[in-house]
Design a protein around this ligand. Structure first.
Ligand code: BG6
Length: 502
């Protein structure tokens, strides 16, 4: 396959990012995995890019009885583990912005002490500004933490000037529609929707964000972005890892709740949404919600129609997994959008753990050329054009097109035009960097609004209900390191399509 590469030349005058105003971030669950693997590295990278507020402090809040010094040593380790070539002096200086507050999540006094610490920062450094409370804790703790923050007077509304508080809530946000609504109601007792940042880190990934520019800023794509030209869409999130020490959580959640309900549906919404009237949080989120609501619900009495669930061999023997667990580690499904733009276009979504490769992508298959004058000379139909957004790893975009090969008059081949961020020498920020920065700046565009969240649960709940009712949708075992259950092929095969190889 011939191949040529492109470069990205920045044409917008908005490529320069601005530092947010003064801010303090409090990480609940600061001694946990998310803080170590994602949040501290993201804060460090923002610092390296000079994108942290000039006045910025981080308070780690957790139950472990450690000191400021211990916490800073953990910060240093986390930075060393994520970012090569950092000098000891630089990382140690960086770590001095980190402080530690030990506390039980239900102890009102710990929150009063936190409030004193934050007000000290305000007085000493004239930091004032916003407070970002990041709940890197199990989701069930969110209402309690928020209630205590309110009790300690720490939840100033964002309408009251720059000194306002925002709360970042990690997924899973509930475990079904009813529990998500209940959680929302409990948060709403203390927070306005403008203060709630429901995070889905896939939405912050560069290639997913790029989808909006690609679609809406290019006259060669937007006019053909519908059922007249697009034949099918495939969205894949494949992981080579298994549950990796998270069995306690994953075995209750399963792949449907863990990845499908959020990351997969968010990517689908980004592909399928109508053009927002402007690029602001409200318009973008309105359109995403609208499209999620337009997805046809699966009939719970036929939970296997267009859905396959699987479990990798050896999963029940993983540490922390319940013996005989029936939790799915793989889901593939066909979804349809009930609007004119997408009439008749299948969206195939699949996600799984312990598959052959780590790869997330969105592939848009265009329709084949009909009545081609080349048909008599080619063994098959001409291959369709496929536009692929490589979400990870090796983020980029590629488009396959048909072209003449040099030499014989009728030599035709598939040409792949590829753009790879890294090959173009571009330093790619992690999704958490983007999302933390947006939160400090008060931009909710890439965060999930409660109505979109409800729409997503409404799609997933009937599938789960069908499975739970034992309506004959078997859990299919697949070998670790494979492409998942072979039965998943039957989903696109119903109309003569096939999955892209992972
Ligand atoms: C998380 C899920 O939200 O996303 C994990 O809980 C999954 O189970 C992870 O492994 C995948 O994220 P990424 O960015 O590594 O693809």
């Amino acid at each position: 396959m011939a191949e040529f590469r492109t470069q990205l030349r920045e044409t917008s005058n908005l490529c320069v990012e601005e530092r947010p105003g003064p801010c303090t971030m409090v990480i609940f669950g600061a001694s946990g995995d998310l803080a170590r693997r994602k949040l501290i590295p993201a804060v460090y990278n923002l610092h390296r890019r000079e994108l942290l507020p000039e006045k910025f402090e981080v308070v780690g809040f957790a139950r472990s009885g450690i000191s400021d010094v211990d916490f800073r040593a953990r910060v240093v380790d986390a930075v060393r583990a994520c970012c090569l070539g950092v000098s000891s002096r630089e990382v140690e200086r960086f770590s001095t912005n980190f402080h530690y507050q030990r506390g039980e999540y239900n102890d009102a006094e710990a929150y009063r002490s936190l409030a004193r610490t934050l007000s000290d920062f305000g007085a000493r450094r004239a930091a004032g500004g916003c407070h970002v409370f990041y709940l890197a804790t199990p989701p069930r703790l969110a209402p309690e933490i928020v209630a205590h923050l309110a009790g300690a007077g720490l939840l100033a509304e964002c309408t009251e000037g720059p000194a306002c508080s925002r709360v970042v809530v990690e997924k899973p946000f509930g475990f079904d529609l009813a529990s998500a609504r209940e959680l929302d109601q409990r948060l709403a007792e203390h927070l306005d929707e403008r203060q709630i940042y429901r995070i889905d880190h896939y939405v912050g990934k560069e290639t997913v964000q790029n989808m909006l520019m690609f679609r809406f800023a290019n006259a060669i794509f937007e006019p053909v972005w519908d059922a007249h030209y697009i034949d099918q869409v495939q969205i894949t999130t494949a992981e080579s890892e298994g549950v990796e020490g998270r069995a306690g959580y994953f075995d209750e959640a399963g792949a449907l709740r863990d990845v499908f309900q959020n990351h997969m549906l968010q990517m689908m919404a980004t592909v399928a949404m109508e053009p927002p009237s402007s690029f602001d949080a409200k318009s973008v989120r309105d359109e995403k919600t609208r499209i999620l609501r337009a997805i046809r619900h699966i009939d719970p009495s036929k939970p296997c129609a267009g859905v396959v669930r699987g479990q990798y061999e050896g999963y029940p023997a993983e540490e922390g997994v319940a013996p005989g667990s029936q939790t799915e580690t793989y889901v593939a499904a066909e979804l349809r959008v009930e609007n004119t733009r997408w009439q008749g276009v299948p969206f195939y979504l699949r996600t799984g753990k312990r598959l052959c490769r780590r790869a997330s992508e969105i592939a848009i298959f265009f329709r084949r050329v009909h009545d081609s004058m080349f048909a008599p000379f080619l063994p098959d139909d001409i291959c369709p054009n496929v536009l692929v957004f490589n979400v990870q790893p090796d983020e980029g975009v590629s488009l396959s097109i048909q072209a003449k090969g040099p030499g014989p008059k009728l030599c035709m081949g598939t040409l792949s035009m590829e753009f790879r961020y890294r090959a173009a020498g571009l330093d790619l920020p992690d999704a958490y960097e983007r999302l933390l920065l947006d939160c400090m700046q008060g931009d909710q565009t890439l965060f999930i609004r409660s109505d979109a969240l409800e729409a997503a649960w409404s799609i997933v709940d009937p599938i789960r209900r069908g499975w739970d009712a034992g309506l004959g949708c078997p859990l299919i075992r697949y070998p670790a390191g494979s492409e998942g259950p072979a039965e998943a092929a039957s989903i696109p095969a119903r109309i003569g399509r096939a999955w892209r190889p992972i």
